[in-house]
Ligand binder design. Structure first.
Ligand code: AMP
Length: 495
């Protein structure tokens, strides 16, 4: 298993590990709760043998105890997204073949009916979750630990299977590069069904013996209050969160602004990633916090690959260099490695690269070339530092740090009774990176108001996938072979 993580917890057993709404918990509390929960899950078995256990729990000590308990019982953790509506949750639970669904009581209404429909055991975290098994299994590091669902260029999200060894490699690489230590204290403001929140923040903190302070949901005022306490050493977020924090700083009183800035100054590192960091955001943040945000590049399938340096110059618009244990190459369309200064697709090889797409050998095979993972992102090396140029596919949209598939949204929109056809595009936006926008062709004489559209969409799609702007068109613009010309559609929303 992820030996370093548990060895670290033993080493720092009396130290605080998690602070949340529920209280303050030591590493020993975490070891006890997760072991009790692992024994509860085992129910007379000696090993869960990679059964998938789906769970929906807000960021909390409970979340971590359940995640660790699944790992310690030999299961695969499938964290669900707290803002997904029923169809998306149902897809993940059934695609992963989960044998158990675990829910915090606040999600009972949503999840119990899904478990009943799919005939899957349902457990509430309010029950007594402690078992009597005499021992826990020895889980080999090569075994599967986690499935994270990520959007791709082909319709429905794919399950990215990450082993204990992958997690250990990703965490040790970041701990080394960013010099995490047991003296660190980080405020966790990210979703816990995504690599950024699970690995870069939560598991790195716990793998270093540091303190992780969890808030249930991002809120700029709460985050600023925590920063103002002056006790944090680290902060990591997506660019959209920095934009929101900048807006809150600007609207604060002068005295408050001073306290906010002083809180930032007490930290040793602030990181941005999961989407391109606009230079204006970097500059505004520098003005208010005196921090040059460290921008890094990564992906669910590979963990983190490139990072600006902790010490030394952080270049604007650059994502730096390969992280420890990570090999990166840029390749042109003919598969040739390009020389410095020439653009190419980022390909990655490292012990952190995922094992496979869940039960999808075809997509797994397509994703690799000679043992290198093909990211679908373009970059160029300038002065030995990587600059991201964009994505190969227009069908991948990055909004607020979330990766969404235009094709997946289009498929859902076409199920609306009034929509005959549609196309979804990402349009550049200073706050969200990209905004999800849709051009719709209606059936016959049907009409559709934005309001009724959004009410319907909320029942089908996670809120960050719902188009923020829609336009109704007679026909979609197409090229000679009938393919929708998305660049033209993007222009509709710019004008
Ligand atoms: P995800 O798997 O959700 O973390 O999304 C990964 C994708 O986010 C990458 O393939 C990139 O397209 C994008 N991404 C991550 N970090 C950066 C960055 N620093 N700059 C630009 N794009 C990024």
């Amino acid at each position: 298993m992820n030996i370093q993580l548990f060895a670290c917890a033993q080493e720092y057993s009396s130290k605080v590990a998690i602070v949340s709404n529920e209280g303050t918990f030591t590493y020993q509390d975490l070891l006890n709760a997760s072991s009790g929960f692992a024994k509860f899950l085992l129910l007379g078995e000696d090993d869960l043998k990679e059964q998938r256990i789906a769970f929906l729990i807000p960021p909390s000590f409970e979340y971590v105890a359940v995640q660790w308990g699944i790992w310690r019982a030999g299961g695969i953790a499938v964290p669900l997204c707290t803002v997904h509506p029923r169809p998306e949750l149902e897809y993940v639970i059934s695609n992963s073949g989960a044998s158990i669904v675990i829910a915090n009581p606040i999600f009972e209404k949503l999840l119990r009916p899904i478990s009943e429909t799919l005939n899957i055991k349902f457990i509430l975290t309010s029950a007594t979750l402690s078992g009597q098994a005499s021992s826990l299994p020895a889980v080999d590091i090569g075994r599967r630990a986690l499935i994270l669902y990520t959007s791709g260029t082909t319709g429905k999200p794919k399950g990215v299977v990450i082993t204990h060894g992958n997690i250990q490699a990703q965490v040790s690489s970041l701990i080394a590069a960013w010099e995490w230590s047991s003296n660190d204290r980080i405020l966790h403001v990210l979703p816990l069904h995504h690599i950024h929140g699970i690995i870069n923040v939560l598991t790195c903190a716990l793998g270093a013996g540091a303190e992780c302070h969890l808030i249930e949901k991002f809120n700029a005022d709460i985050v600023w209050s925590r920063i103002c306490n002056g006790d944090l050493t680290l902060f990591m977020a997506v660019p959209t969160i920095y934009v929101k924090l900048i807006a809150a700083w600007k609207s604060a009183s002068q005295d408050r602004q001073i306290a906010m800035s002083q809180g930032c100054a007490k930290m040793r590192l602030m990181v941005s990633g999961s989407a391109a960091l606009p230079i204006q955001v970097l500059n505004q943040w520098k003005d208010l916090s005196a921090h040059v945000l460290l921008e890094r590049y990564g992906m669910t399938e590979i963990g983190m690959a490139l990072s600006n340096p902790l010490r030394g110059e952080r270049k604007h618009g650059s994502v730096g260099f390969p992280l420890p244990q990570v090999e990166v190459r840029l390749v042109d369309e003919s598969g040739q490695v390009v020389p410095p200064g020439m653009p190419g697709e980022i390909q990655v090889k490292s012990p952190g690269v995922f094992l496979e797409y869940w039960q999808n050998p075809e997509e797994t095979g397509k994703a690799f070339c000679e043992g290198w993972f093909c990211t679908g992102d373009y970059a160029v090396v300038e002065d030995s530092s990587y600059r991201i140029l964009g994505r190969i596919s227009v069908d991948i949209i990055k909004t607020g740090g979330y990766k969404v598939s235009a094709l997946e949204i289009e498929e859902v929109l076409r199920t609306h009774p009034n929509i005959r056809d549609c196309t979804v595009v990402g349009v550049e936006d200073p706050e969200w990176g990209e905004r999800v926008c849709a051009a719709l062709v209606l059936r016959g004489s049907q009409t559709l108001t934005v309001e009724s559209f959004r009410i319907w969409a909320k029942t089908q799609l996670a809120v960050y996938k719902i188009p923020t702007q829609i336009i109704i068109v007679e026909e979609l613009p197409r090229n000679a072979i009938g393919k929708v010309t998305k660049p033209t559609v993007i222009q509709y929303f710019r004008s």
